[in-house]
Design a protein around this ligand. Structure first.
Ligand code: PRP
Ligand code: URA
Length: 211
């Protein structure tokens, strides 16, 4: 699984996850600590982008063989929960373009349904950071990648950033899209009978936006 990148499991990261997994964490803390993890995911996504040589001169007059990013990027959030990751991307990439795909998972069947998409016109020329905090069955993210591919984005230019992934979702997703990079903060044990990630953190969208 060379295209699955898990953030280094530092003590700091484990502590952040402990807070957001805790059912007793109040919403303001959930938002604050989830945002900190999101920032780490975005930074790791940027680490994965290719660079090209960029020679510069420093204030001392010395030449320095630097690098710069090779391509342009954009974000695409899977609404609703994916929108929580937009600010973290904006903090790292000023005035980044952001597209939206509204996909909702049916609460009974866990099947995804596509309602809407609005994407940058030149998305086929960009690296795409696909944003959704939860990779459970993988159905929603796979549907979003289908939309991106229909718009001409090659798989190898898609990086899917999520906070929590289930093995079942990773399997489905990597078999369908072997060239898309998954960047996650944690891989959990399994899905439960309601197709929620276990041990998980519950419903991310509800905890970030509602309860
Ligand atoms: C959640 C989550 C993902 C999806 C993951 O969204 O944000 O989009 O479920 O599940 P899957 O991998 O089994 O498809 P949900 O549809 O519950 O809506 P929300 O964003 O409004 O919370
Ligand atoms: N969506 C969530 O928010 N959490 C899960 O565990 C699965 C899907």
């Amino acid at each position: 699984m060379s295209n699955v990148i898990v953030l280094p499991q530092t003590n700091q990261l484990k502590g952040l996850y402990t807070i957001i997994r805790d059912r007793n964490t109040k919403r303001s803390d959930f938002i604050f600590y989830a945002d900190r993890i999101i920032r780490l995911l975005v930074e790791e996504g940027l680490n994965q982008l290719p660079v090209e040589p960029a020679a510069i001169e420093t204030p001392t007059g010395a030449a320095f063989p630097g690098v710069k990013f090779q391509g342009k990027i954009c974000g695409v959030s899977i609404m609703r929960a994916g929108e929580s990751m937009e600010q973290g991307l904006r903090e790292c990439c000023r005035s980044v373009r952001i597209g939206k795909i509204l996909i909702q998972r049916d609460e009974e069947t866990a099947q995804p349904k596509l309602f809407y998409d609005k994407l940058p016109a030149d998305i086929d020329n960009r690296y795409v950071f696909l944003l959704d905090p939860m990779l459970a069955t993988g159905g929603s993210a796979a549907m979003a990648v289908d939309v991106l591919k229909e718009r001409g984005v090659p798989e190898e230019r898609i990086l899917f950033l999520n906070l929590l992934a289930a093995p079942e979702g990773i399997k489905l997703f990597t078999e369908k899209f072997p060239q898309v990079k998954i960047i996650t903060g944690a891989i959990d044990d399994c899905l439960d009978e309601k197709k929620y990630i276990s041990p998980g953190l519950g419903d991310f969208g509800d905890r970030y936006y509602c309860i």
